[in-house]
Design a protein around this ligand. Structure first.
Ligand code: PHE
Length: 345
């Protein structure tokens, strides 16, 4: 009997060890400890033993039973732990797999430059105004001292929509619209970014559609010094503190005096390169003191009120800023070109 019990105990422990899942472990429990289990039968048999042997065998059976129960419990913990480990392994996400990237668009370099220009002027107390791209020739020309047959109209070869409506050739009509809206009130400090259209032949520096930022300041005691100071601040903020501006006398019918404004070439630092055509300077804007007739036409007394205005060529600024030699790159939607500006935006 002793020997049989020992063998039974060892066999049971071996069976437990072989189990790999809970059902097989359950089967082992039933096989040995169930109602008709082998150990249960052994206990029953014990009843038929001599009373003096019963105590010893009883203890031996109990030892085997406890050992088996402990082994089954330990095995169950083992199986549960293994199950969790397997599940975790199966559900592991391989974070080293390259994901599917979303193609994000980017701000167009011209829009970015406009935003920078706005930022600089808003910092000086300007507000941003808007005006229509489809304009009447009154606002685009007449009100700006450019009557019919004025030679200045020839320089603005225009896209007419009907007899009196055209695509604006400049953002200067916004000066008129703003002053009329303000009805004589001062001060006015606005900039107006927007598209303009001229029937230019497209070449590396000309496009039939381009962008300007118009500026207008109306107040008392304004002079060319304020205009120059404003533009110098703009150039230094946009291109760095070494940047300089140069005013050259010019003519615009709606400003007197008028100037063309050059900025020292930001690409070569003024030494001379292809962008500045070896001159060291790039013409980026027209400006001047608003003509007294224009002020009077808009309800301002030119003996009391002074105004200066400027019109910045946005593409020129962007070309200088990024060293771009051909204006047409901005409009061809070439991704290889546009991609280069992603990092800066
Ligand atoms: N509107 C002018 C142009 O397009 C530029 C300009 C603006 C000049 C404001 C003087 C004052 O050439």
């Amino acid at each position: 009997m002793d020997f049989r019990l020992d063998a039974l105990g060892e066999e049971a422990l071996l069976d437990v060890r072989r189990c790999e899942d809970e059902p097989s472990l359950h089967a082992v429990r039933v096989r040995y400890l169930g109602k008709k289990g082998l150990l249960t039968l052994a206990i029953r048999e014990m009843a038929q033993q001599h009373p003096e042997q019963r105590a010893r065998i009883g203890k031996q059976i109990n030892d085997v039973k406890h050992a088996l129960e402990a082994a089954i419990m330990a095995k169950r913990d083992d199986i549960v732990a293994q199950g969790i480990a397997r599940k975790l392994a199966e559900e592991t996400i391989d974070v080293t797999l390259p994901g599917r990237t979303e193609r994000l668009g980017a701000v167009h370099p011209l829009m970015h430059v406009i935003e920078e220009i706005e930022h600089i002027f808003v910092g000086m107390g300007y507000t941003v105004a808007e005006g229509p791209e489809v304009e009447t020739d009154y606002y685009n020309f007449e009100a700006l001292n450019i009557p019919e047959h004025h030679p200045a109209r020839a320089m603005h070869d225009s896209f007419y929509i009907d007899e009196t409506t055209l695509l604006r050739t400049q953002t200067s009509p916004v000066q008129i619209r703003t002053m009329q809206r303000c009805g004589g009130a001062i001060p006015i400090k606005i900039i107006c970014p927007g598209k303009v259209y001229r029937r230019d032949d497209d070449d590396p520096t000309h496009s039939h559609q381009f962008m300007q930022v118009e500026g207008l300041v109306v107040d008392t005691h304004l002079s060319m010094a304020h205009l120059k100071g404003t533009l110098a601040h703009f150039a230094r903020t946009m291109f760095g503190s070494h940047s300089r501006v140069r005013l050259r006398p010019s003519f615009f019918p709606f400003t007197e005096p008028s100037v063309e404004v050059d900025i020292s070439c930001a690409v070569c630092g003024g030494v001379g390169c292809r962008v500045c055509k070896q001159s060291g300077w790039v013409e980026v804007l027209g400006a001047g003191m608003v003509h007294p007739d224009v002020l009077a036409r808009c309800g301002y007394d030119p003996t009391v009120v002074r105004a200066f205005a400027f019109g910045v060529g946005v593409e020129r600024i962007a070309m200088l800023r990024y060293g771009i030699e051909d204006i047409r790159h901005f409009y061809t939607n070439d991704r290889a070109f546009l991609q280069q500006f992603r990092m800066r935006l």
